[in-house]
Design a protein around this ligand. Structure first.
Ligand code: TEU
Ligand code: CA
Length: 509
């Protein structure tokens, strides 16, 4: 018996950018509800919402100032509840982003903690008299001086995102309450933000530095006790019911990612080894590695985009529709839990801010400031920031009727191509419909071949051929096959199948 999430195609919604419902230029629950028919027609079965909790939005909601409320930009608690009920009526489940590694410096817990060394919540965060060499994942020191109490606090991301001390039992029991609060609201599970970064020890050895002078994050993640902590989190949530957990492990190394996925930990973890590769040259080899590692019913995740990386249209598909469809076919037919990033099903392209003014992402702005401090020119600094900024994937959804019916959107839009969007959408729709059939949900592959830049596998009664390389002709070992879906016109008979470069095809065998 498969679990519901093993048969679900998920869809990531970046809250401020999906659909504005009240004309202030920021996406919200009202807009989201208007678009439920669109999502239902696409065929997805699960939505991952990025953080919607009250937040000063230094990192767009990943700096939470109240875990058990809804940010007014997105609506009210009643709006959230109405949205979840409506999603359920469409047969779509909803998982929430849980950012429990850190809170906003404006969270009441931290305001208390920093009020004095004697405060009861002092130990809820990580305070030290002297910093070590740890760098924040956004760059710069991970320690910030607090003049009021004359100590440094630890922040693995922006200085406005302060890390919780997970060694503290009171902290853990508060977080368990937060999980319970949202499950009681009817949510179907969680996406756990940077969950292997939790601070579990009181040892702070300096991180090593590699040959190029870059810090290697060794001691500030995967700390001793992490496997047990992940098991505890997974077990607590499972004990409440049939919920789903997907962990964001801050690593792109398969060994570090897969060890937390499975019944003794979280259900699945994000496979950045596959999803965030810089070019499509590595995709075939990564899928082959995952095929060997995920056995005994464990599943990897399949995605090519998120709010943290350049859109796959630019990064992997070179702006080509046939390649974008090749990627879509892989993501929606291979063994794993697929996550579509909103807009990908329309072939949306990156937005590249042309000035600092247009830049919204804290990571891009940090990169700019640090480049200037290192003596770079403004032009050089802008180029570095354009490389780092995650704004690329955060432009608002290009709806035919517009994103907002009022004010300009919170971040610039990209030029839409509605013809392309229609073709891409239909292709995704066809793939998702197929993915729902038993053939594509069964664990593993009936046959699997990864030959350099070519992939061929059988799922149920379907043969999938994905050509990431030059044209090739393969012999047809299955004889009388029927073409079900392809991204280009193909020539084949009962003896050979001709596959041009970038060809993607599903045959019924
Ligand atoms: O991302 C964690 C993470 O690993 C990325 O921030 C990564 O360091 C960066 O994208 C490299 O380019 C999660 C969220 O997805 C991200 O949006 C948050 O900014 C971050 O955690 C902090 O909460
Ligand atoms: Ca709005």
């Amino acid at each position: 018996m498969l679990k519901w999430w093993q048969e679900t195609v998920f869809y990531e919604i970046y809250m401020p950018s999906f659909k504005d419902g009240n004309g202030d230029g920021i996406g919200d629950f009202k807009g989201l509800r208007e678009k439920m028919p669109y999502l239902a027609e696409l065929g997805i079965g699960g939505i991952w919402l990025t953080p919607f909790y009250p937040s000063p939005k230094v990192d767009n909601g990943y700096d939470v100032s109240d875990y058990c409320a809804v940010d007014p930009d997105y609506g009210t608690m009643a709006d959230l509840e109405a949205f979840v009920a409506e999603a359920h009526a469409y047969g779509i489940r909803v998982i929430a982003d849980m950012v429990v590694n850190h809170v906003s410096t404006e969270h009441a817990w931290f305001m208390e903690s920093r009020s004095s060394k004697a405060n009861a919540k002092r130990d809820w965060f990580v305070w030290q008299d002297a910093p070590n060499n740890w760098e924040s994942f956004f760059g710069g020191s991970a320690w910030e001086w607090d003049a009021g109490t004359q100590q440094y606090y630890y922040h693995s991301f922006a200085k406005e995102q302060v890390d919780l001390n997970w060694r503290n039992e009171e902290v853990r029991s508060e977080i368990w309450k937060v999980f319970d609060f949202w499950l009681a609201k009817g949510l179907d599970g969680f996406r756990l933000d940077v969950i292997n970064n939790l601070t579990l020890t009181r040892n702070f050895p300096d991180n090593p530095v590699d040959a190029s002078g870059e810090q290697v994050h060794v001691f500030d993640k995967d700390q001793p006790g992490m496997t047990e902590m992940m098991a505890e989190i997974g077990a607590r949530i499972r004990a409440r019911g049939d919920y789903f957990t997907v962990g964001e492990i801050s690593s792109d190394k398969l060994e570090e990612i897969e060890k937390y996925a499975g019944m003794d930990g979280l259900d699945v973890t994000f496979n950045f080894n596959f999803g965030s590769v810089p070019s499509r040259d590595e995709i075939v080899a990564e899928l082959a590695r995952m095929q060997r590692v995920y056995v005994d019913g464990r599943m990897p995740t399949l995605f090519f985009g998120s709010h943290d990386m350049s859109r796959s249209w630019n990064r992997l598909a070179d702006g080509r529709e046939d390649v974008a469809q090749l990627l879509a076919m892989l993501m929606l037919t291979a063994h794993g839990v697929p996550f579509i990033y909103f807009g990908e099903e329309l072939g949306m392209a990156d937005f590249v801010p042309e000035s600092l003014d247009e830049m919204r992402d804290v990571q891009g702005v940090y990169a700019y400031e640090q480049a200037l401090m290192a003596g770079k020119s403004e032009v050089e600094a802008l180029m570095l920031a354009q490389d780092k900024t995650r704004d690329k994937a955060r432009a608002p959804m290009t709806w035919p009727e517009g994103f907002s019916d009022g004010a300009a959107s919170w971040i610039s839009q990209v030029t839409p191509d509605f013809e392309r969007a229609r073709r891409m959408y239909r292709f995704y729709q066809a793939l998702i419909a197929l993915r729902k059939t038993a053939d594509f949900c069964e664990p593993g592959y009936r046959y699997f071949e990864a030959d350099g830049e070519f992939l061929m596998y059988i799922r149920g009664d379907y043969l999938v051929c994905l050509n990431f390389g030059e044209a090739r002709t393969i012999s047809n070992a299955w004889g009388n096959v029927t073409e079900v879906l392809a991204n280009m016109a193909l020539v084949f008979d009962s003896e050979t199948i001709v596959l041009p470069a970038n060809a993607a095809v599903i045959f019924k065998i």
